[in-house]
Design a protein around this ligand. Structure first.
Ligand SMILES: [Zn+2]
Length: 504
């Protein structure tokens, strides 16, 4: 195909310095198929998440966030996605990624599988048969629900040691993220050395940022932390972490380098997976700075697409989470801008902050830690509310969505950041879809999540129908299997507890 490339001048938004950004002018005839697809996912991103990130960057750096830049460009297609699952109007990440992965809505918590054990064929399985190469890059454990949802079958998303095993015969070309505890022989219950097994299968195994930079392009397994990768806000204020762990943008550029030139094209998923974790924890700094890092990775994908000319880039989320909103505050809402200034002073996620407060919290310790880590001066009453919640003594028992220390901390911080949350859970709203490149028209309008399976396959000239299962049949089987595959609600409570303990 042919396309011309030109630099476009920035949007000219009042109060914002004009920036130049090279963006595609696709001259391909409508209907031209791409050769490659890069599917970028900000896990758990509500539209408000992007808006807060965008306004923060405008206030602090005089630039727009990258995704915001893309939205109103010529030949960029925007749409929405309906994210529900088979079992609920509110999906979890496993069902959401599986809907893309197998073209069917499934039960929350499962991966490309029905509750009766029926395994559904996945995108990577189908594409590998056609010689298409694939890659999965994330800031979570590489075995987490979203990357796994493109690839493997599993009755429960939490079976990450099993998912790590299943990646090996799956033939995925590039795997990058966290999760040493699912690959190392001294961390696995069965003592298998998956690193050695991947190496024997021809993968370059890399474990830190320097090794990633030095690795030749080819099959690659990059595992850069014990569990999930650190939050961006913590990395930026810890030089040792920053030196050891690559950013999502660096991993994405390396993955693209390893996949480009694949004789039959490639499919790459890039996930900003911890945007969702920040939102679960109602942890504003964790969420916002990971969103900014995600959008920098999108820039890497679009820049490649510009050079390549045969790549469709789709940018979206699997669902929203937390319902964060920066609220109007003060006379004529003048105080809302102070909220951005408060966010700009935050230097930590809640994990290190809670470690500073310790297990015997006092109002003074809370005020000191919040001042030091977040640059916020809490009132005595606000600090006392946090102490009470850390002792599980309220004070917000009135809402089932605000009954833990994380949401209490977020509430009192909201007096300063002006950001409040609907909960620390996923929500049901439609999410944004932005597409650039040949095939972008496929993403116009409101698309049910499972239709992306058809759209992605169509990019490679393929079509496939997995079997269907109705809700009642699925529910009958799920009741029998409940001990094996717990519902998402129980799972998320555990996830939130782990976040607070810094265990993930
Ligand atoms: Zn989640």
């Amino acid at each position: 195909m042919s396309f011309s490339r030109r630099s476009l001048i920035g949007a000219g938004i009042a109060g914002l310095a004009a920036t130049s950004l090279a963006l595609p002018t696709w001259n391909a005839p409508r209907g031209k198929r791409p050769r490659n697809v890069i599917f970028c996912v900000s896990d758990g991103m509500a539209l408000q998440t992007m808006a807060i990130a965008d306004h923060l960057l405008q206030a602090t750096e005089g630039r727009r966030s990258y995704w915001s830049e893309l939205l109103d460009r010529e030949h960029v297609v925007n749409g929405l996605q309906d994210t529900r699952s088979l079992s609920s109007v509110v999906t979890d990440s496993a069902a959401a990624a599986s809907s893309w992965g197998c073209g069917r809505r499934i039960w929350n918590g499962q991966l490309n599988m029905y509750p009766d054990g029926t395994e559904l064929r996945t995108l990577t399985q189908l594409l590998h048969e056609q010689g298409v190469r694939t890659g999965l890059v994330t800031t979570t454990t590489v075995t987490h629900a979203t990357p796994a949802g493109f690839c493997v079958n599993a009755p429960n998303r939490n079976l990450e040691p099993l998912i790590a095993e299943r990646y090996l015969p799956s033939g995925v070309h590039v795997l990058m993220g966290g999760g040493n505890r699912f690959f190392a022989p001294n961390r696995r219950a069965d003592r298998r050395d998956l690193y050695a097994e991947f190496a024997a299968a021809g993968y370059h195994v890399v474990r830190d940022r320097a090794a990633l930079d030095a690795a030749p392009n080819g099959r690659m397994l990059g595992i850069f932390s014990e569990g999930h990768l650190p939050y961006t806000v913590d990395r930026r204020h810890d030089s040792a972490l920053d030196g050891a762990v690559p950013t999502l943008e660096q991993m994405s550029r390396k993955a693209i380098a390893a996949l480009r030139g694949a004789p039959n094209g490639f499919l790459l998923q890039i996930e900003g997976g911890r945007v969702d974790h920040g939102a679960h924890g109602t942890d504003l700094a964790a969420m916002v700075y990971d969103q900014i890092e995600f959008e920098d990775a999108v820039r890497a994908a679009v820049e490649f697409a510009l050079d390549d000319g045969e790549t469709l880039v789709i940018v979206t989320s699997d669902h929203a989470c937390g319902g964060p909103s920066l609220n109007g505050a003060g006379w004529n809402y003048d105080d809302s801008n102070d909220g951005l200034a408060a966010i700009a002073r935050m230097r930590s996620s809640y994990g290190p902050l809670l470690a500073d407060i310790g297990t015997s919290p006092t109002a003074d310790r809370v005020r000191d830690a919040v001042r030091e880590r977040l640059g916020v001066e809490l009132t005595a009453a606000e600090a006392e509310a946090v102490v009470l919640s850390l002792g599980r003594k309220g004070p917000f028992e009135l809402s089932i969505f605000h009954g833990n220390p994380s949401t209490t901390l977020a509430m009192v911080l909201g007096n300063h950041s002006k950001v409040t949350w609907t909960s620390g859970n996923h929500t049901n709203e439609h999410v944004l879809v932005t597409a650039v490149g040949p095939g972008a028209d496929l993403c116009r309008g409101l698309t049910p999540n499972h239709r992306f399976f058809d759209k992605i396959l169509a990019c490679y000239g393929l079509q496939f129908e997995n079997p269907t299962m109705d809700l009642e049949t699925a529910r009958r089987h799920m009741e029998k299997n409940r001990p094996v595959a717990p519902g998402a609600a129980a799972m998320h409570e555990g996830e939130i507890a782990n976040l607070l303990l810094g265990a993930v």
